[in-house]
Design a protein around this ligand. Structure first.
Ligand SMILES: NC(=O)C1=CN([C@@H]2O[C@H](COP(=O)(O)OP(=O)(O)OC[C@H]3O[C@@H](n4cnc5c(N)ncnc54)[C@H](O)[C@@H]3O)[C@@H](O)[C@H]2O)C=CC1
Ligand SMILES: O=C(O)[C@@H]1CCC=N1
Length: 274
């Protein structure tokens, strides 16, 4: 697939999420010649050039040359990156931030007046085109800006528009979400070991159960309670496991865990970077 637009897009701070997005954009038809990247280390820049054919530039050059700037550094590095960009970013650029917690207001107040800013929270399954990217407009971002953000992030999965007030909650659910599933797989694989299975077999069984359950959740249209009830036979095995999960407060633990993730997003926004 090739694209008709010749928009230049720069990814600034091309680490894990930046690279995942970059690779997805190329799979989605963006020409590497239209993609610029910035990094802190020269070896990383060389690696990205070799791997994808994209052009490494300085942050200042990215701001001068790209129509759209995707800020993908850590929240803790954002103020410094914005200081570097501020003298070069004009209000005809679109700035998209993928950083947890950082508000569009934080970015707007450090860049030229009226610069359009869009906040996006993606997740790592963008690497396999199954990402979820939650998108919110800042005060000067138009519908076109949101559409362009959807075009970029839609190349690597689904997108959802939400009011910015919901972004920290979405980060807790969706940005961090994959980590909770990996944690469950890890724990369930350990259970397999306890029950006498070899680790590789336990891993394969749990991963396939996760894949099957995910596809059913997505495609069956059934409520998760109904899907779970279908597995839970009267006086069978599953209900014994469910009783233990409830006894150990797993549901409450998950609710508290996601609330803690949401709260950390709020802290990052307020400049608590410890
Ligand atoms: N890892 C994840 O699952 C997700 C991460 N995010 C957000 O994406 C952002 C990046 O996270 P990761 O990719 O995990 O971190 P990372 O540490 O892998 O990547 C950040 C990169 O930014 C570079 N960097 C920092 N300051 C820079 C500067 N001034 N100029 C050029 N490069 C600079 C760092 O060298 C690093 O390579 C964070 O803000 C995070 O909140 C969002 C959704 C999911
Ligand atoms: O843990 C984090 O802060 C980032 C944001 C969402 C997923 N990873």
């Amino acid at each position: 697939m090739s694209r008709t637009t010749s928009q230049k897009v720069a990814v600034l701070g091309t680490g894990k999420i930046g690279e995942a997005l970059l690779s997805g954009m190329i799979r989605g038809g963006w020409a590497p010649a239209d993609l610029l990247v910035t990094t802190r280390r020269q070896e990383r820049a060389d690696e990205l050039r070799t791997r994808y054919g994209v052009t490494p530039v300085s942050n200042a050059d990215a701001a001068k040359r790209a129509d759209t700037l995707i800020l993908a550094c850590k929240p803790q590095d954002m103020a410094k990156l914005l200081d570097e960009l501020a003298p070069h970013v004009t209000a005809d650029r679109l700035v998209i931030s993928a950083a947890a917690g950082i508000t569009t207001a934080f970015i707007e107040e450090r860049l030229a007046e009226k610069t359009p800013v869009v906040r996006v929270m993606p997740n790592t399954p963008v690497l396999v085109d199954e990402g979820m990217s939650v998108i919110s407009a800042g005060s000067h971002a138009t519908g076109d800006a949101l559409t362009l953000a959807e075009d970029i992030f839609g190349a690597v999965g689904k997108t959802l528009r939400v009011p910015e007030t919901q972004q920290d909650a979405c980060t807790a659910l969706s940005g961090s979400g994959p980590a909770y599933f990996y944690f469950l797989v890890e724990a369930m694989t350990d259970a397999g070991i306890l029950l006498g299975l070899p680790r590789d077999k336990a891993h394969d069984l749990i991963v396939q159960a996760a894949v099957g359950a995910s596809v059913m959740l997505r495609d069956s249209g059934e409520h998760p309670v109904k899907l779970r009830e279908n597995v839970t036979s009267p006086a069978g095995t599953t209900i014994n496991a469910i009783r233990e999960l409830e006894n150990h407060g797993v549901r409450a633990a998950l609710i508290a865990a996601l609330e803690a993730a949401r709260d950390r997003g709020r802290e990052l926004a307020s400049g608590n970077n410890a």
